[in-house]
Design a protein. Structure first.
Length: 249
């Protein structure tokens, strides 16, 4: 009897913590991306649970798409972050293509990490994801977020899940406001191969800010007077006058 009570307490606590994690994620999402719809919450959550939207069978096609995206975007087009975890658990990470354009990692490294993450053998079933999504949705329903098109989005998501699909695009509002450009990478691959390079890059940036390297303003530098040839000529003439006056004595 005591074991049964203890097990019930553990289950209640685990559900409560999970609900808190979900609510925390949704709140952060809305604070960071206020133009989000339920579609965008759903997308981040299924990326956290399922990973990339599709298996990668044609590397060249995926590479061509990444190359085109890199060539047609500028740093001003991209959000300021380098990466962000997906969903409430962060099993997968969105890695911005800014990491490549800033020279932090190579395009081939991002491509390889994305492909290996997409082709994992651990991909859950759509049925298990469907069950998980409805657990998440129960928490969202209690938050009274007043998302635009909330009821329509719920019906749309249910319609794709009912036919065994799960992947969707960001909402038009999200794409217009934030111009997302990223690749999904499994967390252990990200931590091992990409995060270490980001940390090194951040350390170099910080070191350059504190150093006297060319191009970095040094507040202790001595200010030098700008050279003025006319002022130099005037000083020479004054010197000649002074010497001449001494010679006349």
């Amino acid at each position: 009897m005591k074991k049964l009570i203890l097990l019930s307490i553990i289950l209640v606590v685990s559900v409560s913590v999970s609900a808190q994690d979900i609510a925390g994620f949704v709140s952060r999402q809305m604070e960071t991306y206020p133009q989000s719809r339920l579609l965008d919450i759903y997308k981040s959550c299924f990326q956290d649970y399922m990973g990339a939207e599709h298996l990668v069978t044609d590397r060249q096609q995926v590479k061509a798409y990444l190359d085109e995206e890199l060539n047609t975007t500028t740093l001003e087009d991209l959000l300021p972050w380098l990466y962000e975890p997906c969903g409430a658990e962060g099993n997968y990470v969105r890695v911005s293509i800014r990491t490549v354009k800033e020279g932090i990692i190579g395009a081939d490294l991002l491509l390889d990490a994305f492909i290996r993450s997409a082709n994992t053998d651990k991909r859950p079933s759509v049925k298990s994801w469907c069950d998980r999504w409805h657990e998440i949705l129960e928490v969202i329903d209690t938050m009274n977020l007043n998302y635009p098109n909330y009821a329509v989005d719920k019906l749309f998501i249910d319609s794709i899940l009912s036919v065994g699909k799960y992947a969707i695009s960001h909402s038009p509002e999200y794409r217009e406001a934030y111009h997302p450009h990223y690749r999904i990478v499994e967390r252990s691959i990200f931590d091992r191969e990409i995060l270490t390079l980001i940390k090194k890059w951040n350390a170099r940036v910080q070191m350059n800010k504190e150093s006297k390297l060319p191009g970095v303003l040094n507040p202790n530098a001595v200010k030098m007077t700008k050279f003025d040839p006319y002022r130099k000529k005037l000083d020479d003439m004054q010197l000649i006058d002074i010497l001449g006056s001494h010679l006349k004595r």
